[in-house]
Design a protein. Sequence first.
Length: 290
Amino acid sequence: MREDTKKISVLGLGAMGTAIARAWRGAGYGVTVWNRTVGRAEALVGEGAEVAGTAGEAVAASGLVVVCLLDDASVGEVLADADLMGRDLVNVTTSTPGQARRRADWAGARGARYLDGGIMAVPPMIGVPDSGAYVFYSGSPELFADHRDALAVPAGTRYVGEDAGSAALHDAALLSAMTGMFAGVSHAFALMRGSEAAPREFAALLVEWLTAMAPSANGVATHLETGDYTLGVTSNLVMMVEGNGTLLRTAEEQGISPELLSPFMALMERRLAGGHGDEGTTGVIDLLLR
């Protein structure tokens, strides 16, 4: 166990960094903060946090150092002159899996243990019990074990492996699915624009429908694990591609662009043309692999 497990330094006081630091301070941790714009630390000082004059001083103040900056390049710039020897560095800055792996190597070469984090929450959810907020963590299992209790204060923790890039990969995968959902929701509301249905009434139907459809991800997982993309399929590609024609004609009648749907529909057609009409949509995944 490393020393100073009740002392934490937080570098970066944007909305998320401030929320994280405030959660630890509220839980009784000794918190040292640093930010390029010093004024952002004033509220935290009033709550008992210490302010470091430089990033290096913030790193030196605690055994556990949490970095929440703009991007990966900012992490390298801010910590360029800091002595990381013997520190535990937790980087919750948004990055790609490749950047996280390179940053882990960079930290290790400077004598630090490294953990990368992907925050699955917005700032108002941080430090709020039962908000559903959690953070994916990957990298040093020893670091995670030593600081598990502290890391669980701002949000729930989900350790996803020793590969430092795993947290960022999980983060991007879930956000990509969310983006696709937003695309479908946007197209659905566009279709209903100008109809007699009130937006809030339609929203209730939409939420109910999407909630019912979400478990279909389990079927996709079964297909990928077994290699049989026809297991449990009730609406196959032949049926769905035929149905897509109706969706596109409806969009045209309503004066709505199909651009949010067309790319996925085109992939479905390609898979069907390849002789996979008895499958569901899992085979589209194979078309995405480069």
